[in-house]
Design a protein around this ligand. Structure first.
Ligand code: NAP
Length: 295
């Protein structure tokens, strides 16, 4: 395993396992498999609705808490100071831990300053070892990094060969944030696993396209958290520390950059409205389930 040292000195594994879109039913088995395959860093989020299953797997694995680097994320409907603080406590209950290694603000919308102040306080209380952000593009990242009391240590954004984030990488490095790639394989969209350039490079080293992609991220100094529900793929994705891409390989992969999101743009007003509506819907559901409980 290779590690990155965050700006506050915390050591973070450069390869972890992500559980977005892993169902509640499958999550415990998947995390146990990932730990068996050798992963010691797990990335979940309040909005993935599987923190409890991640916690169960960690408990059942028998691996000591200190050996695991656990990341989760505060979802927008929990933004604001008080709600964020409560939601972090709730995440810790679900994950069955008394500290979190890395807590991220999931999206740059709503009262993220209030939420950030909550993370700053929990960090200083020793309940979170590192704090960071996700989906903060350079404009919002610079704003928060400049005006907040404590600078974020990590920024988790979409990065893969079709969206290499060259500019964002420069800005995050300038402000001392460690970049972490979500969807390191672009979830297989846009023919990512069939890219001829990646297949050709892989053939030279006896490696798969997936392994070439992860190695490329690692050599760029980026933290990766690939997801798979298949044990063989978890093992495959973990075996990326025994070969090195040449500068020529890296240059060839650089030509695959389409310089735009393969998912959606955080700058698109329609997308921001979609987030607003989703939060309103979830709040309504939450309030009506609270009403039912009090009957
Ligand atoms: N902060 C955010 O907003 C955000 C957004 C998205 C994701 N994330 C985080 O980033 C993690 C990774 O991103 P992601 O899950 O969206 O996508 P991803 O890791 O880019 O891709 C996952 C897809 O690739 C397939 N796959 C995995 N390994 C493979 C291999 N060796 N060969 C062929 N196919 C393979 C998986 O299939 P199988 O599962 O069927 O094997 C799955 O369909 C997430 O789990 C989550 O923790 C964060």
């Amino acid at each position: 395993m290779e590690y990155k040292i965050l700006s506050n000195g915390v050591k973070m594994p450069q390869l972890g396992y992500g559980v977005y879109q892993v169902t509640k039913e499958e999550c415990e088995r998947c995390v146990l498999d990932a730990l068996k395959a050798g992963y010691r860093s797990i990335d979940t989020a309040q909005s993935y609705f599987n923190e409890e299953e991640v916690g169960n797997a960690i408990q059942k694995s028998g691996i000591s808490r200190e050996e695991i680097f656990l990341t989760t994320k505060v979802w927008i409907e929990h933004y604001g100071y008080e709600a964020s603080k409560e939601s972090v406590e709730e995440s810790m209950r679900k994950l069955q831990v008394d500290y979190i290694d890395l807590m991220l603000l999931h999206q740059p919308f709503a009262d993220y300053y209030g939420a950030w102040r909550a993370l700053e306080d929990l960090y200083e209380e020793g309940k979170i070892r590192a704090i960071g952000i996700s989906n903060f593009y350079p404009d919002r990242m610079i704003d928060l990094a400049s005006f907040a009391r404590i600078k974020p240590m990590v920024n988790q954004i979409e990065i893969h060969p079709h969206n290499q984030q060259i500019k964002a990488k420069e800005w995050n490095e300038k402000y001392g944030l460690q970049l972490e790639a979500w969807a390191p394989f672009c979830e297989g969209r846009g023919g990512m696993f069939e890219e001829a350039v990646l297949e050709e490079i892989g053939a030279k080293y006896g490696k798969t396209t997936a392994q070439v992609i992860l190695r490329w991220h690692i050599q760029r100094g980026i933290v990766v958290i690939p997801k798979s529900t298949h044990f063989e793929r978890m093992v495959e994705n973990f075996n990326v520390f025994d070969f090195t891409l040449t500068q020529e390989d890296m240059d060839k992969i650089a030509t695959l950059d389409k310089k735009e999101s393969s998912f959606f743009s955080h700058y698109d007003p329609n997308m921001v409205e979609w987030f607003v509506k989703m939060v309103e819907e979830r709040k309504k559901q939450h309030d009506s389930s609270k009403e039912k409980k009090s009957w």
